[in-house]
Write a protein that binds this ligand. Sequence first.
Ligand SMILES: [Cu+2]
Length: 166
Amino acid sequence: MKSKHLILAATAVLAATLVACGGAEEKAAPTAATTKAAAPAATTAAATAAASTPTATPTAVAATSIGALTAGEEGENKYFFEPNKLTLKAGEVTVKLTNKAGNQRPHTLAVKDASGKEIFRSDRVQPGQAADVKFTVADAGTYQILCVLQGHADKGQTGTLTVVKG
Ligand SMILES: [Cu+2]
């Protein structure tokens, strides 16, 4: 008899705890909702900006078909592009390729598509010189850029060209 009461009591406590927990969650939820509801009112401009950001960002990125790269060297074993990431809009593009003064060798800019097919290769640019390299990338996507001279890509002279819809 006593133990039955204890179990009942325990069950009641458990039930009360569950209800209390449920109640607490329900109480917490409206508070969060209230906070959320209040936020847009307080920061309508920010909320509007945030909402328009997803569409605004690609447009901002796509605004240019002109990029610039500098070919760099660190001794004999490391060649690179700075920066090694470019984003351009699809179509005819121009990349100013600068071969840094003080470098010891020419460099080029070539572009390979996702399948590894070379779609463009520039002339050599000599140390201390720059060239406006023009080519066409018809399709949005990710391309590899590299210098095609012997061993240069292996020594790090590669990068990524991201092409977005114009
Ligand atoms: Cu090179």
